[in-house]
Design a binder for this molecule. Structure first.
Ligand code: FES
Ligand code: ZN
Length: 338
């Protein structure tokens, strides 16, 4: 197998591109792919301050490294979820990466800052562990980015994550959520712009990248994630991909390039400030404040109208995509099936 770019011996095969690369050219391919996403979706410019939400997994650490390599002003932000050893190890790995790259890292502890951790919230609240985890992350990322004056929050969602989420939303024709599933969510009052620069790279590509670059990352999946429906959608997509390489990319990128404009008008949510924290929401209190109050056993005042409240919770949770890195990666498998 020869490298497509330099004709030297290849180490990585990317089946959907019908291409193979040597180590150096694979890194080049990853950088070019990310550059293309940043440019085509106008994610950010060279002078903007980027906050990378880092979990300690291959995708977010890989993203951080790529952005630093490309010369962007990218700081990391780690949120300690309190999931025992898993969180501890994620923190250590993230800190080591920041030190090695002499990059800024903001380290926030959910319990220290907000009084609860994810295992407790999963047991005490009415939401599933992953749901409360997802909404806590989104809330804290946005808050920290606002407080520190970042222009944009970047997350490590890859092609597989996004394709699985799109499949789930499409199977139920959740048009409002489909409308919001875009690689760029523009800023609005109280909400920092959010971007997903890895959207054109599969999970195997991000795993190979982290492996080849010698990035030390947490391979284990989150111990609380078992039975997650997104994992089933990923498995279904992988099965299709095996027989028809490129299916995943066609599904997701086809949506972004051609179908997304058709769904734009479905995102109709009117936002006003949460009466507790001021962050924009569709009801009186934001999902984060309601979830937190429930976990801590506090009262938030009169609850909003029931129908509105249910709709709002569903809407806010729909944005949730758990980073693929929480499911671990397979750096040893350097043959890309996708
Ligand atoms: Fe969020 Fe596991 S439930 S990382
Ligand atoms: Zn709030």
């Amino acid at each position: 197998m020869r490298c497509r770019r330099c004709r030297g011996p290849a180490v990585v095969e990317v089946r959907r591109h019908n291409a193979a690369f040597c180590q150096e050219c694979f890194v080049h391919h990853v950088h070019e792919t990310v550059k293309r996403s940043i440019k085509s979706h106008r994610m950010f410019g060279p002078d903007e301050r980027i906050m990378v939400a880092v979990s300690g997994g291959k995708d977010s650490l890989g993203l951080w490294e790529i952005l630093l390599d490309l010369g962007y002003r990218a700081a990391g932000m780690y949120l300690g979820l309190g999931i025992g050893e898993y969180s501890e190890r994620s923190r250590v790995v993230t800190k080591a990466f920041a030190d090695e790259h002499e990059a800024d890292l903001i380290d926030v502890d959910l319990r220290g800052e907000y009084g609860y951790d994810i295992p407790t919230a999963g047991k005490k609240g009415s939401r599933s562990t992953c749901a409360v985890c997802g909404l806590s992350k989104r809330y804290v990322f946005n808050r920290v980015a606002l407080d520190h004056g970042f222009d944009v929050v970047a997350t490590g969602h890859n092609l597989d994550d996004e394709a699985a989420t799109l499949l789930g939303n499409t199977l139920r024709w959740q048009t409002e959520y489909i409308a919001r599933q875009f690689p760029v969510l523009p800023s609005r009052e109280g909400m920092v712009k959010k971007v997903k620069p890895l959207i054109r790279l599969s999970e195997l590509e991000t795993a190979a990248y982290a492996f080849l670059r010698g990035i030390d990352y947490v391979v284990e999946e989150c111990p609380l994630v078992g039975g997650n429906t997104q994992l089933r959608y990923k498995a279904a997509m992988n099965q299709l991909e095996r027989t028809s390489p490129g299916t995943k990319a066609q599904f997701l990128l086809g949506y972004i390039d051609r179908a997304a404009p058709l769904f734009k008008h479905e995102d109709t949510a009117e936002l006003s400030p949460c009466e507790r924290c001021g962050q924009p929401t569709t009801g009186r209190f934001c999902a984060f404040c309601r979830a937190r109050a429930q976990v801590l056993g506090e009262r938030l005042g009169a609850p909003p109208e029931k129908s509105e409240s249910d709709r709002q919770v569903a809407g806010e949770l729909s944005e949730e995509v758990l980073p693929a890195e929480l499911y671990g990666g397979a750096p040893a498998a350097l043959t890309m099936g996708s």
